[in-house]
Design a protein around this ligand. Structure first.
Ligand SMILES: Cc1cc2nc3c(=O)[nH]c(=O)nc-3n(C[C@H](O)[C@H](O)[C@H](O)COP(=O)(O)OP(=O)(O)OC[C@H]3O[C@@H](n4cnc5c(N)ncnc54)[C@H](O)[C@@H]3O)c2cc1C
Length: 493
């Protein structure tokens, strides 16, 4: 039996493990932490349960594929339910737009502050749909392993059709004028850790994707998805070794030999790195063995943004909150200057609040309690930042901002409170510079041609996860696990 070692038990690693094991490979996952899931964790305290990490789950079919590819039904393992409204957007002047697939309802809500933008909404959605269809057809469902793959005529045509050198914001300006609409749809660039002023227009596909395909909650909390993957992996016979950190990838004559952990050496025919590719290249592979990714080349890659997370358990219900909520600042553009240019925490951040107790009161410990996951976009970690100081000052700053948005009495009532800084994320998950989505998509190359899923330098070494193709976010990393597994299976047939 062919042996495969997978470094990292996040969604990407689990997805690849399941597919390979079901096709006769002998797979071992090596995970340095005590739990699987990587950036997706469950956090509990004082009777409150939080999704720490991803909570906006889209593209359900990408998760389903993991189960169907080995003749299982996803519904036997985990329950997805549609969230409605999709997201409640709240602007600084008090206007709100509850994002919904119903076009007339969207037009009415947008018309309340901009009748001109409302008239353009349908046309924008058509463009968003076109982008999504091109992406599905040419980028998302296949790997780009060789120059031949990358220079493929159909891919080139699709690339040109999605306006690769126009930014998300510039495309939005072709339809909309009002800062609220520009912020509401520009925010999708942050789903891939990037700035709407720099990321290519293709990411405007998210409006159609969310509207048409829906946003899902996962019954019992998002971590149930990790547990479902874990159950299936174990059923199939995947060996999962927790609390075992890979320290080095061994290479001989440009071929993978195996990996060395803090406990032992493992030989393998194939190694899949499902940990952050930039960290793995930097820390686990000698520079002489990776000519395509020298230290110099790696240091030119811009990491994606990170996040500052505040978890709050409060014995009170804020009637104004839905399941997913976004509170926009007055000046949306300033946030991206702070994050990407000054590399500092935004003074006036957009605040995303996930209140999963809204859909499932059991998660907040009852109908009179709130389990709030509050996220502010943050810069990736640099040496200039002092997180010991920032973690306290910014925690307070976020609470002050929440009060300004009408969430009163937090300090007086809060029963449970904790934070996760970008530095914590870096330490816990091995994320390069604490970046959530690996590398940013703030340039043509970084958006469309990410770290190769198959090493050009080391035969038998593969990469899945947000830094490689097709990109970051839970559905994409799950997809990359499936695509890489499929490529390895094909190679052995
Ligand atoms: C705050 C936050 C909010 C987010 N919100 C969303 C959202 O709403 N929707 C969405 O779709 N996505 C969201 N994401 C992104 C999403 O969580 C990630 O894209 C996805 O979970 C990454 O999965 P992965 O398997 O590629 O990597 P990871 O989850 O990072 O897994 C990598 C694993 O490798 C392990 N590892 C690292 N180094 C080693 C080593 N040397 N040896 C052994 N093990 C190692 C790590 O411990 C980790 O378990 C969010 C992320 C964060 C942090």
């Amino acid at each position: 039996m062919k042996k495969v070692i997978i470094i990292g038990g996040g969604l990407g690693g689990l997805s690849a493990a399941i597919r390979l094991q079901s096709r006769g490979f002998q797979v071992t996952i090596l995970e340095k932490e005590a739990t699987l899931g990587g950036k997706l964790q469950r956090h509990q305290g004082a009777g409150y349960s939080f999704d720490l990490g991803p909570s906006t789950i889209t593209m359900k079919s990408y998760f389903e594929e993991v189960f169907t590819s080995c003749n299982r039904r996803m519904e036997d393992y985990v329950t997805f339910y549609p969230v409605s409204p999709l997201t409640k957007n709240v602007f600084s002047d008090g206007h709100t737009v509850e994002f919904t697939p119903h076009i007339e309802q969207m037009e009415t809500q947008i018309a309340a502050y901009s009748p001109e933008d409302a008239k353009q909404y349908h046309a924008f959605l058509q463009e968003s749909k076109r982008f999504f269809e091109k992406a599905e057809e040419q980028f998302l469902n296949r790997l780009l392993l060789t120059w031949k793959d990358k220079a493929d005529m159909k891919l080139m045509k699709a690339l040109l059709a999605v306006k690769p050198f126009t930014s998300v914001h510039r495309l939005l300006r072709q339809y909309f004028r009002h800062p609220h609409t520009l912020a509401m749809f520009g925010r999708y660039a942050t789903y891939i850790g990037s700035s709407p002023y720099e990321a290519p227009a293709i990411f405007n596909m998210m409006a159609y994707l969310e509207g048409e395909k829906g946003i899902y909650g996962i019954k019992g909390g998002t971590y149930r998805l990790v547990e479902a993957f874990e159950t299936l992996a174990k059923e199939l016979g995947v060996e999962i070794r927790l609390l075992e950190q890979v320290k080095k990838i061994h290479v001989k004559d440009r071929r993978i030999e195996g990996v060395e952990t803090d406990q032992q050496m493992y030989e393998a025919d194939q190694v899949i790195s499902a940990a952050d590719a930039l960290t793995v290249y930097h820390q686990l592979i000698d520079e002489k063995d990776r000519r395509s990714y020298s230290n110099q080349k790696l240091s030119n890659i811009e990491p994606s943004l990170s996040g500052f997370v505040l978890l709050l358990g409060i014995p009170k219900v804020y009637e104004q909150l839905s399941h997913h909520n976004v509170f926009f600042p007055e000046n949306y553009g300033q946030e991206f200057k702070d994050i990407f240019q000054k590399k500092q925490l935004p003074q006036d951040p957009t605040l995303y609040i996930c209140y999963s107790g809204h859909s499932e009161p059991e998660l907040s410990g009852g109908t009179e309690r709130s389990n709030l996951f509050v996220l502010a976009n943050a810069p990736y970690v640099t040496k200039a930042q002092n997180w010991d100081m920032l973690k306290e000052t910014y925690r307070q700053h976020m609470k002050t901002k929440l009060k300004e948005k009408g969430l009163f009495d937090i300090d007086q009532l809060v029963e449970y409170e904790t934070i996760q800084t970008p530095l914590d994320l870096q330490e816990k998950t091995g994320a390069h510079h604490g970046a959530i989505y690996g590398m940013s998509s703030n340039s043509f190359n970084q958006a469309f041609f990410r770290i190769n899923n198959q090493s050009k330098d080391i035969e038998g070494l593969w990469f899945v996860g947000g830094t490689s193709h097709p990109g970051g976010g839970t559905p994409m990393v799950t997809k990359s696990g499936q695509l890489v597994a499929e490529a390895i299976i094909k190679q052995h047939e």
